[in-house]
Design a protein around this ligand. Structure first.
Ligand SMILES: CC(C)(COP(=O)(O)OP(=O)(O)OC[C@H]1O[C@@H](n2cnc3c(N)ncnc32)[C@H](O)[C@@H]1OP(=O)(O)O)[C@@H](O)C(=O)NCCC(=O)NCCS
Length: 184
């Protein structure tokens, strides 16, 4: 599996990436938006929860974003239907995927890399013809993430309540994605 948007590419995360992911998930700029101080994961927790085989049992696929040979971020996609634990309980469409991601280096924020990453991920997911729509759910005050998703073609729908609290429900439909591809 290989997907690219300009300079940013995505590869599947492997077990060998987990110590690096643990270190990333404890960086303050990620802790702020990924669980908060109370949820800082230990290495043992990361090894248990982010093992690719464990994630796949929950229909989650994890990726490492690359800039050339440099790993620059973590991303994941999931099947929204039957997510469980109170997530997306109203979803009935098996074609809906969700995404989340974070850049590892605080010095690399606000340079357009997140937008490239999201574009690479959406284009890879839509290459599966059964995928109808991609959703994402940034915190309402994560204005940088919301703007990044908008630049990558997502549209704000409404504020929803998730098990992690309020979130802006944003979507990109296959129709909108294909329109944007034919316009460029
Ligand atoms: C969210 C994230 C992936 C976005 O990637 P990024 O490379 O920083 O984003 P981009 O540079 O592509 O786009 C950011 C946009 O937000 C804008 N922005 C930044 N701070 C902002 C703020 N406080 N209010 C409004 N817009 C803001 C930037 O100006 C830019 O828009 P522009 O190009 O129109 O000027 C990255 O910032 C990140 O990893 N953040 C920490 C963890 C996180 O929030 N993860 C997401 C959880 S949903």
């Amino acid at each position: 599996m290989h997907a690219s948007d300009s300079k940013v590419t995505l590869r599947l995360m492997t077990e060998r990436d987990l110590p690096m992911l643990h270190e990333w998930l404890n960086r303050p700029h990620i802790v702020e938006w990924w669980g908060g101080e109370d949820e800082r994961p230990t290495l043992d927790e990361v090894l248990r929860h982010y093992m690719p085989r464990v994630l796949s049992e929950a229909s989650v696929t994890a990726y490492i974003a690359m800039l050339g040979d440099e790993p620059i971020g973590y991303a994941q996609s999931y099947v929204a239907l039957r997510s469980g634990d109170g997530w997306w309980a109203d979803e009935t469409d098996p074609g809906v995927r969700g995404i989340d991601q974070s850049l590892a280096d605080p010095a690399q924020l606000n340079k357009g890399l997140g937008t490239m990453l999201v574009r690479a991920l959406t284009s890879m997911l839509f290459s599966d013809p059964t995928v109808t729509k991609i959703q994402t759910d940034p915190a309402p005050h994560n204005h940088r993430a919301i703007r990044c998703y908008e630049k990558a073609g997502f549209v704000q729908q409404k504020v929803v309540t998730t098990p992690d609290g309020p979130a802006v429900y944003m979507v990109q439909t296959r129709e909108a994605f294909e329109r944007s591809c034919s316009a460029t």
